[in-house]
Structure formats: structure tokens, C-alpha cells
Design a protein around this ligand. Sequence first.
Ligand SMILES: Cc1ncc(COP(=O)(O)O)c(C=O)c1O
Length: 393
Amino acid sequence: MSEPPLFDRLPEQYFTRILAAAVAARDAPGPRLIDLGRGNPDLPPPAHAVAALREAALETGTVAVHGYPPFQGHPDLRAAIAERYRADHGVELDPEREVAVVPGTKTGIMLATLAAAGDGDAVLLPDPGYPDYRSAVALAAAREVALPLDPSAGHQPDLGAVPAADRERARLLVLNYPSNPLAVCAAPGTFDAAVAFGREHGCWLLNDLAYGFLAFDGRRGASVLESEGARDVAVELWSPSKIYGMAGWRIGFAVGAAELVGRIKTLLDHTAAGVWTGLQRGLVAALRGDQAHVAQRREVYRLRRDALVGSLRAAGGEIAAPEGTFYAWWRPPPGLTPERLLAEHRLAVAPGEGFGARGAGWVRLSLALPDADVGEGAQRLALAVAGALSEAP
Ligand SMILES: Cc1ncc(COP(=O)(O)O)c(C=O)c1O
């Protein structure tokens, strides 16, 4: 059975919709809108990365900087990526065969999905999960199969429960730990089970490690490539947007299984002319430079997390403390809908159903806002919770 035409398959772009709703609400009368819906990192890139970018830009008259870059990434950047993986994860990568530079993790998701799955293939997607995975499945004309991530299981997948028919047709399994929107890290064994599933069923595995650096309370954002046998079946995406505050730069990378990385490079060769050399040099500086600022960023987000969780709990609300990422996943008390938070408290949030059917009744709160805004948002949420609880029968 063939799939419907592309523009009938593509889902609505969830973040574009919620951003438009927040922009529309911003100018309405009332107190200033606090937008807890968006995850746009507010901490700047490290100065040494910006300096490298600037120096590169000033090398005018040279094709080496301002001409077409190598489409799969400069060798120096691919080497720097391998060095970072060795330092952070103890994983040895071959920069030639196991690393591809992509124009942002989001594009990497599209390329990896196109590289792994085609017409009618099943792709297992976390539910709740990052909405753009669904866009990728639509681009590939593949079929989405929801992988339930229930709170009772710590938001970890039960791969043994995937129906036999889906298991057989699955060509890609997508995971994302630390998770957006669930804010949990991979539990011990989750990656090993996923690698075993991939090897048994001839299914590629994609781990989106966009928030790898952001795990709290002594946890670590592990790489799936640390699991035995992973490099045959798994690729991982890594987002400089989050760890280095480079969201506007549009650069990222895919590492892991050489065959899939090779296909990603082929797709890059056909669709993009590489990422500008100045950005690549800036990322090299970030990867090889002092990483102390990474711990400082983590601490900024931890303090914001504690402020938000503390406020909500003090008002009688229930919320699990995020284990990682700059989000919190929260089930508001009955009646306290996103519409009400916006209308009565001038708070924008990301409604949970946008992340999958299992997100209904939940909301995602972002901590990627200046401290004062997170504080103000937390106070208003506390007020809203106290009000909703006092109305409860
Ligand atoms: C889980 C996840 N993956 C990928 C991305 C996209 O990141 P990038 O800016 O590197 O494309 C995001 C951004 O919010 C994300 O949350």
C-alpha cells in the first residue's frame, strides 16, 4: 500500500504553532507573558568558540574559509568530535567512517531517518517524544509506531511489548535520553536492550543525545555507543545548540554505525553543500577548549529546576524533579489547562499532546529562560496550582 503524497503526510509543525500562539498572546493586555513553552537556549556560546568563528570570517579572499566546505565536514572537526567522544564516553570513533557533520541535529534526524527507513517501513518513536521525529517519518514515507514511555516504567521503553508484526517491519528505533519532554535519563539497561533489539530484528537504532551534557544529581547523559555491539546498529546525534548555546549556528553531528553514517553522508552530498567553515572552526574550538563552562551551564539549569520544582511543590503541586534536560514534565491538577494558564496567569506552556497521544493531560515547562523569568513563571504556576487545588471538590 503506497503512502499519501508528502504534503498530506507531513504533520503540523508543533513548535511553529505554539510559538505563533505565544507571539499572538504577547501583545494582549495584562501582565507580561512568560513563555515557558519554548526551548531556545538563553546562555551564549563560549567566548573561545566565537573568537574562532570571528577569525575565520575575517579570512576574506580565501577559498579555504569562504568557498564550499567538504560536505561531510572538515577532517579537523571530525577528529575533534572523536576526541570529545573519547574524553566524555570512552568511545573510540573512526573520524573517516563513523562521523558526519550535519547542519543541526534536527536535519540530522531527518537524514538518519531517511537513511534507515523507506516506504511503509515501521519506525518506533518514543511516545511522548520530540515531535520532529514524526516529521522525519513522514518525509521517509515510513509508518510511525508509538513506543509507550509510561511514568510507571520510569519513562523507559518495554521493547518486549512491541507487537510481533511491528517488530518484524521495524527498520528504525528512535530513543532520546536525556529525554525531551520527559526530562529523564536512560535507566541502566535501556540502551543495552535497544542494541539487542536492533541486532535481533535488523533494525537501526538512533539515539538523540541532544541533551547529553544536561543530567543532574550525579547522573550522566550516557552515549548509546558505550553499549556492547552498538556501533554495528546505532547512530547518535549530538547538539552543539544545547551544550554550547549555538542553536542559531545550525551545526551538529552524527556518529556511530559506519554504514548508516555513510548513507547520511551520501544524503548530505545530494542535499547540502556542507556547513560553513567558520562554523566548523568555531565548533572545533568549543570541542577542544576548556569545558568548565559546560558544568557552569548545568548548574544554572539545576538552580532553575530547583526553583520551579520547589515552588510547585510548596503550592501543593506534584512534579517529578527533572533528571536532565532544560525541561520539566508536569501533569497539572484537574482543570488547570494550558488555555487557563495563558488566559488567567499569562503563562505559555507546551501542551503535552503535541508530544504524542500519551502526553495528553501533561505539559512541558522550559527552563531555557533568564533566571528572573523562570522565577516569575514558577511563582505564577504556584499561584495557579494553589487556586486550582482550592477549587477541587
Ligand atoms: C530532542 C531534540 N532533538 C533535537 C533538537 C534539535 O536540535 P538542533 O538545534 O541541534 O537541531 C532538539 C531541539 O530542541 C531537541 O529537543
